[in-house]
Design a protein around this ligand. Structure first.
Ligand code: PGA
Length: 248
């Protein structure tokens, strides 16, 4: 049996409560009207809307995620949200190490590895993002960067090594640009990620993220196990189409 397939929406800092409810209603009605999808679909809104989204989708199998979390359970960490707090409101998955967290908020591989282990400990599915910048690709460092980012999997203690992990290949230069990576670039990177990750863990899926639209989804559906979708996910029709195209 192949790896589990996922199509996950990353809303980033977009949409208000009204808009999220409307999005969820529209997406669920498309989901019910259309052919049943065999892959898992989900969405990570801003922290404060997680609970509202969870209430709408409860019992549907739709996954609700967070875009970040702290690794500690509690303490003096102003502005942070803990894994136990996320569990408390029913979070299923958490995006860890998104390039915007790495580049804008200075998150290091060391911090990201602590978050990854903490998510596993608390039974929250981690979606670990990796990917090279434009500069790194131009300098021929793509492989080196991916190998280093994946090597944090070595920090997972033995008792958590059998848990499922989702890895998203997200080349930084393709995120939010409207210019996705080409199929051959994605194929090469995903192959490398699979090879490197399998040195440390067994049960993992590899997604692609970076300007995914329905055309990209159709093109790469056999190469990876789904997608992490930013901009296009904001439109429920587009997100549904992408989910359908990744469903094989
Ligand atoms: P994008 O974002 O689809 O807008 O490129 C993807 C992401 O950042 O996860």
């Amino acid at each position: 049996m192949g790896a589990e397939r996922y199509v996950l929406a990353n809303f980033k800092m977009n949409k208000n409560l009204f808009e999220i409810k409307k999005w969820a209603d529209e997406f669920l009605s498309l989901l019910y009207k259309g052919k049943k999808l065999s892959l898992k679909v989900g969405c990570a809104p801003t922290f404060i809307y997680i609970k509202a989204l969870k209430e709408i989708v409860i019992g549907t199998g739709f996954l609700v995620g967070a875009q970040n979390m702290h690794f500690e359970e509690k303490g003096a960490f102003t502005g942070e949200v803990s894994p136990t707090q996320l569990k408390d409101i029913g979070v299923d998955f958490v995006i860890i190490g998104h390039s915007e967290r790495r580049n804008i908020f200075g998150e290091s591989d060391e911090l990201i590895s602590k978050k990854l282990v903490s998510a596993l400990k608390h039974n929250i599915l981690p979606v670990l993002c990796v990917g090279e910048t434009k500069e790194e690709r131009e300098k021929g460092e793509t492989e080196k960067v991916l190998i280093k980012q994946i090597s944090i999997l070595s920090k997972i203690p033995d008792e958590l090594k059998n848990q499922k992990i989702v890895i998203a290949y997200e080349p930084v230069w393709a995120i939010g640009t409207g210019i996705p990576a080409t199929k051959d670039k994605i194929e090469k990177a995903v192959e490398l990620i699979r090879k490197e990750a399998s040195k440390f863990i067994k049960d993992f899926s590899v997604l692609y993220g970076g300007s995914i639209d329905e055309k990209v989804a159709e093109e790469i559906k056999d190469i990876c196990d789904g997608g992490l979708v930013g901009t296009a996910s904001l439109d429920p029709q587009k997100f549904y189409k992408i989910s359908q195209n990744f469903d094989i």
